[in-house]
Design a protein around this ligand. Structure first.
Ligand SMILES: NC(=O)c1ccc[n+]([C@@H]2O[C@H](COP(=O)([O-])OP(=O)(O)OC[C@H]3O[C@@H](n4cnc5c(N)ncnc54)[C@H](O)[C@@H]3O)[C@@H](O)[C@H]2O)c1
Length: 286
């Protein structure tokens, strides 16, 4: 397939990830059409992006005219039909196969046949999502990390039928966004989550096995293994509920006991000890 030069990018879903991706893309000079399910949610995302860009101006990381130019490149809509002229559409909606399949089916009717369709899914199969359309060769994964404007990595995921051209076009976009793209195949957890989830769950099991405190476990891994942040601090930051959900999703696919969330954190999730966002997890956040 021949891929167009990518200038105009659609972002569907302007939640935590979609808004971050849209922000990155307007900063990098792309034209963005952001689609939300309601005008209120779209306005909220716009305000969040405007706020983060203002912080960059305040910190002298960006000029005020540059901020204005970036915000001028962001248009918002609730109508998918407004994505018709996009060269690439990045899907960042709720992590459920049903709505994603429905969206890809609808997009196929709207965008040009040579436009690339990307999903930011963390735990679903890109191959299964691509099956929604009659041209699965143009579907790839672009898995950004949270917060997207700050985390340097993007995993470019090749599904069963993705074309080389679609994969390379996504890599090029990743580079233009200032990220460090890596190429990988569509396997559960891709690269980072496949490694990190069982590793973090091993760390959390050691809390009970070695009767070590969260503080000492974090010290062990920062001072002894060179981690930038200890595992308890990291899981508190990610959210205990998010980590349990991600562990369960990966465990369901791979059935390796190490991947299953330890009982201790499942209980913490059920008790509302969700980490930083709830004020209490392994640590207190007052
Ligand atoms: N949050 C993370 O750490 C993270 C990291 C990498 C990838 N992801 C993936 O990014 C995607 C979005 O995650 P998020 O954290 O931004 O979620 P979020 O809850 O912040 O945003 C979800 C978005 O989906 C929209 N939405 C909800 N139901 C919809 C429907 N039926 N049809 C269309 N739009 C709908 C919402 O309006 C919202 O814009 C998911 O696939 C998730 O797995 C998340």
């Amino acid at each position: 397939m021949t891929v167009p030069e990518i200038r105009r990018v659609g972002v569907v879903g302007l939640g935590a990830m979609g808004a971050g991706i849209a922000q990155l893309a307007i900063e990098a000079g792309f034209e963005i059409v952001g689609r939300e399910v309601s005008a209120e949610l779209g306005a909220k995302a716009h305000d969040r992006i405007a706020h983060f860009l203002q912080r960059k101006v305040d910190k002298e990381q960006m000029g005020a005219p540059e901020r204005e130019r970036a915000l001028g490149a962001l248009s918002l809509t609730t109508d998918l039909a407004d994505l018709a002229d996009c060269d690439l559409v990045i899907e960042a909606i709720v992590e459920d196969l049903g709505p994603k399949l429905e969206l890809f089916r609808a997009l196929e009717e709207i965008v040009r046949p040579d436009a690339i369709l990307a999903t930011n899914t963390s735990a679903l199969s890109v191959t299964e999502i691509a099956a929604a359309v009659s041209t699965p060769e143009r579907v790839v994964g672009m898995h950004f990390f949270n917060p997207a404007p700050l985390m340097p990595l993007v995993e470019i995921v090749r599904a069963q039928l993705s074309s080389d051209e679609a994969v390379e076009a996504a890599v090029t976009v990743g580079e233009k966004l200032g990220k460090r793209p890596i190429r990988c195949h569509d396997t559960p957890g891709f690269v980072v989550n496949r490694v990190l989830i069982p590793l973090l769950n091993d760390c959390l099991r050691v809390l009970d096995e070695a009767r070590v405190s969260p503080e000492d476990l974090d010290t062990a891994m920062t001072a002894g293994a060179g981690w930038p942040m200890g595992p308890c601090t990291l899981v508190d930051l990610v959210g205990i509920d998010v980590h349990v959900h991600a562990s369960e999703a990966l465990y369901e696919k791979l059935r390796e006991p190490r991947i299953a969330p330890p009982a201790r954190i499942v209980a913490m999730k059920n008790a509302g000890l969700l980490g930083r966002k709830s004020g209490r997890g392994f640590y207190r956040y007052d």
